[in-house]
Design a protein around this ligand. Sequence first.
Ligand code: TXA
Ligand code: MG
Length: 322
Amino acid sequence: MHRTSDSRDAARALAAGHLAALPTETVYGLGARADDPRAVARMYAAKGRPADHPVIVHVRDAQAAWAWAADVPDYARALADEHWPGPLTLVLVRSGRAGDNITGGQGTVGVRVPSHPLMRATLDALAELTGDAAIGVAAPSANRFGRVSPTTADHVVEELGEVLDETDVVLDGGGSEVGVESTIVDCTGPAPVILRPGAVTALQVEQVTGLTRAERSDVRAPGTLATHYAPSATVEILTAAQVADEHDPTTRTGLLALADVPTPLNIVRLCAPETAEDYAQVLYAALREADDLELTRVLVVPPDDAGIGAAVCDRIRRAAAR
Ligand code: TXA
Ligand code: MG
């Protein structure tokens, strides 16, 4: 594995059918050329990801995204205009470009235009190397299946260092700014449906589209199921008042909470973010630290379930589900 901060190294590796772990503004992804079935198969194997789980195709711009879709409703275009490049994935009816190996055999494809400058530079260089302006990089989060998503290059190496070989690249773009995965919006029906909450909020989706979002979707989004994003420690969701009563010295216990929640005696403070945005940014690193410290219990006081707080609460619930 070659660790670098030169996007051209990543583009060359991808063009040649190797894997590249890539920084995005949400979390790091493990990228493979979406039009190279062997590279995609290696990416699935490296993660230990089931074949029927679709992956997001990352592209340079909206025009490239539409090449992967057969039908793009006006409200999806409005979302793209407003939030791309950015932490938003659109699920659309797929075109002939999108093979069963990236869609999990479904009739839809997930597409996203990421904003991280090194990721964008990689996509631009790859388009140039391949002569294909709509070239896509299939990239799930760069963690082993079911584990916490990486938000630094070090996390990627921890997760996948052993399965990447010397031809693969880890592109170091620093810490992920958002910290939780993109908002996924199903755009295959008459109104948008949020399949996974993220930094683009439900309110923003309704404001930009002028539509009330629907609750039910026919689209299957495996990997958005319960028990995901889980550390080895047992995660318990508590209120600030309940935390104040905790001071169990017999177990190794950690705490994740906003800064205004005090740390009881004998408990390891894992993060103290000031805002819901900061909470999203540090959440996964704090869960990883719980494992590094071999804690057995992690107490979590979630932020308000609104705005990006909804995404934080969603990931916390999944981390707590056993
Ligand atoms: O922020 C992100 O979205 C990150 C970065 C790397 O872009 N990627 C990411 O990928 O979180 P992954 O594979 O860990 O999660 C993608 C989710 C999965 O739950 C998958 O089921 C869903 O997106 N998904 C992908 N394509 C889909 C499709 N065609 N229909 C429904 N769900 C889809
Ligand atoms: Mg993932």
